[in-house]
Design a protein around this ligand. Structure first.
Ligand code: ZN
Ligand code: ZN
Length: 490
């Protein structure tokens, strides 16, 4: 039973409630770009999962058939309770190894890249976990847990973890002893040395207490969320590839074949000695920590947020009809989702070529309309209960069309005018002025520059730092350890 699909509306209702709580308490735990990036990785993960879940299901079914020592009855309550607890025990070890081994951290790090902590962070999930995570659930098959029970308790375990991603709930007394809670999971998302690699449980925190990996949230040590090698990007595809790319680069540079092979399975952060000497990585200085931020015009943010609704609708549609859609349709849908979310990520980063990419995305929509019936993506024969997704898809599309049309009408509809209306600074074909020495002018600009010392101002544009300035990290990794801001990309 796909509990996740039915939970999607509740996720968004609870996110809205958390936003209201933010406002009520006068705090701000959300930034639009960060939330869109987290949700983008979530949509990408569920959409990728439609094509890759077979790996987990086939391996589990195979293990159940050939390795099971028992046959547990699916209609007995104790089977479900046993499976639920055993699943969480296996999850603990998957999660722990996900932090402690390079190749598993490459997949799991996606969940930790957000430097905010809110309910949207919960939906920030990897798209590559299917490669190795199945190994950790073989014990359930050996114990004879039926496939349907396994799939259901896996979904329930994931659902439980949603509510703990909030800063609004304090410590919860005795619950802290048994269960994963917002407090002990906040510590898990920290990059402070005190909290690093602690609190791996999914539902029960008792595993951490038993195996010595528990750390209580300390009021004297405020949590700094994120990872020590910052993602520094709003691109959901890069979020999934960042650490694999670093491992691949290090493996290529290593002089010894043994190092090239073992780097993937070594403890997280391990690097071959020759590579570490020639390509040292910056050590994080948390006292100077600043969140990744790209200043962006409000209209452009709203435009991206509205366009993002299309992919929530498309992702829900694909999830809803996964059993009646041919593989070609799922691949086409995945391609549309991946490309669209990539383009929106580039818009959030205010890349100079984002408007041209946006034109391509809008044009690809026409291609999709043409290809969809050929691939069987649309119209599809709806499965029971699909009405909600189809309606959501139609309503979202209608809202976006209306909003875009309204913007175009108010700004005299034309391609250039439309992009200006949307807040894009760099119009297609318009020459850009690169001024690496540009300095902030206004007080606000000075304040922003002081708040983001790790960025250099590359292109102030007409309105200066506040609107659409292009910023690139001064140090650290952006596209691999040796790609520095000195080699400015355009
Ligand atoms: Zn984790
Ligand atoms: Zn988490």
């Amino acid at each position: 039973m796909n509990f996740i699909l039915y939970a999607v509306p509740f996720f968004f209702v609870l996110i809205a409630v958390e936003l209201l709580a933010d406002r009520w308490r006068g705090v701000s735990h959300y930034r639009l770009a960060d939330a869109v990036n987290s949700l983008s990785t979530g949509v990408l993960s569920t959409t990728t999962g439609l094509l890759t879940k077979g790996v987990g299901l086939v391996t589990y079914a195979f293990a159940l058939k050939h390795l099971a020592v028992l046959q547990l009855p699916a209609d007995k309550a104790w089977t479900w309770v046993f499976a639920f607890v055993l699943y969480d025990f296996c999850y603990y070890w998957l999660h722990r190894m996900g932090h402690e081994r390079n190749i598993l951290w490459a997949a799991h790090s996606v969940h930790h890249q957000s430097e905010d902590y809110n309910l949207s962070t919960a939906l920030r999930q990897t798209s590559t976990g299917f490669l190795l995570s199945w190994i950790f659930y073989v014990p359930l098959a050996v114990a004879g847990v039926p496939l349907m029970v396994f799939v259901s308790v896996a979904a329930l375990n994931l659902l439980y973890q949603f509510w703990v991603h909030t800063q609004h709930i304090p410590k919860l007394g005795w619950l802290e002893w048994c269960f994963v809670t917002p407090s002990n999971h906040r510590a898990h998302h920290a990059q402070n040395p005190l909290y690093m690699d602690r609190n791996y449980g999914g539902v029960f925190i008792i595993w951490d207490r038993l195996f010595g990996s528990f750390q209580e949230e300390d009021d004297n040590e405020p949590v700094i969320f994120g990872v020590t090698t910052p993602l520094a990007s709003w691109n959901p595809l890069w979020a999934n590839l960042q650490f694999y790319a670093q491992l691949w680069a290090d493996a290529r540079r290593a002089g010894r074949w043994w190092d090239k092979l073992r780097i993937w399975f070594m403890p997280t952060g391990w690097r071959p000695a020759d590579v570490a000497a020639r390509y040292p990585l910056d050590k994080p200085d948390l006292s100077r920590f600043r969140k990744f931020e790209v200043p962006l015009d409000g209209r452009q943010q709203w435009y991206v947020a509205l366009q993002f609704c299309i992919y929530i609708a498309l992702g829900s549609y694909l999830m809803n009809l996964e059993h009646s859609l041919p593989v070609a349709a799922l691949i086409l849908g995945w391609g549309a989702v991946a490309f669209g979310l990539f383009v929106l990520g580039m818009a959030l980063e205010n890349r100079p070529w984002a408007p041209r990419l946006e034109l391509l995305r809008l044009a690809s929509g026409l291609l999709l309309v043409w290809l969809a019936p050929l691939a069987g993506l649309w119209p599809a024969s709806p499965s029971p209960g699909s009405g909600c997704s189809v309606t959501a898809c139609s309503v979202a599309s209608g809202c976006i069309a209306a909003a875009t049309g309204l913007l175009g009408w108010r700004r005299r509809f034309a391609v250039a005018g439309l992009f200006q209306a949307l807040g894009f600074e760099h119009l297609p074909g318009q020459p850009r002025i690169l001024d690496a020495s540009a300095q902030p002018q206004s007080e606000t600009q000075h304040q922003q520059a002081a708040e983001h010392p790790q960025f250099i101002l590359l292109d102030a544009g007409q309105d200066g730092f506040e609107r659409g300035a292009k910023v690139v990290r001064r140090s650290g990794q952006r596209r691999g350890p040796d790609c520095r801001a000195d080699a400015v990309e355009q």
